[in-house]
Design a protein around this ligand. Structure first.
Ligand SMILES: [Zn+2]
Length: 128
């Protein structure tokens, strides 16, 4: 475990700047790492902000470094469509049988369709 270089140890004016590739190693070494790849690997479990503080760079820089190495890409949040598909594929999800399941999550299973029909009927009845 290296000593943590305090935030603000980046060269003046470098915060918020996308550091050119040839300077990445210099920045990483200032933070106590042998190379920027090692720095990215060693801080991969931290949030971008946390890693940025640790390395003395801006968090967009951390994001760019990680993107270049493919770090954290697989852990990216699933898209809304992926979440909906996962919900529809999981019959044990307790949201089945709700108007939300039908309308917002796009499920057309018997339970969701039934819930939606009931919801629509209830709405109509209120208007009478
Ligand atoms: Zn459903």
């Amino acid at each position: 475990m290296q000593d943590v270089v305090p935030a603000g140890s980046a060269p003046a004016g470098w915060e918020g700047v996308r550091v050119p590739r040839y300077d990445r190693d210099e920045v990483a070494r200032a933070a106590g790492y042998a190379s920027w790849q090692e720095a990215v690997g060693a801080t991969a479990d931290l949030s971008q902000q946390e890693a940025a503080r640790r390395l003395g760079v801006s968090h967009p820089t951390v994001r760019a470094w990680r993107a270049d190495l493919g770090v954290g890409v697989a852990a990216a949040r699933p898209s809304g469509e992926q979440l909906k598909a996962a919900f529809r594929a999981d019959a044990s999800d307790e949201r089945h049988g709700s108007a939300n399941g039908y309308r917002n999550l796009g499920c057309r299973c018997e339970r969701c369709t039934g819930a939606w029909t009931g919801y629509q009927r209830a709405r109509r009845d209120v208007g009478r």
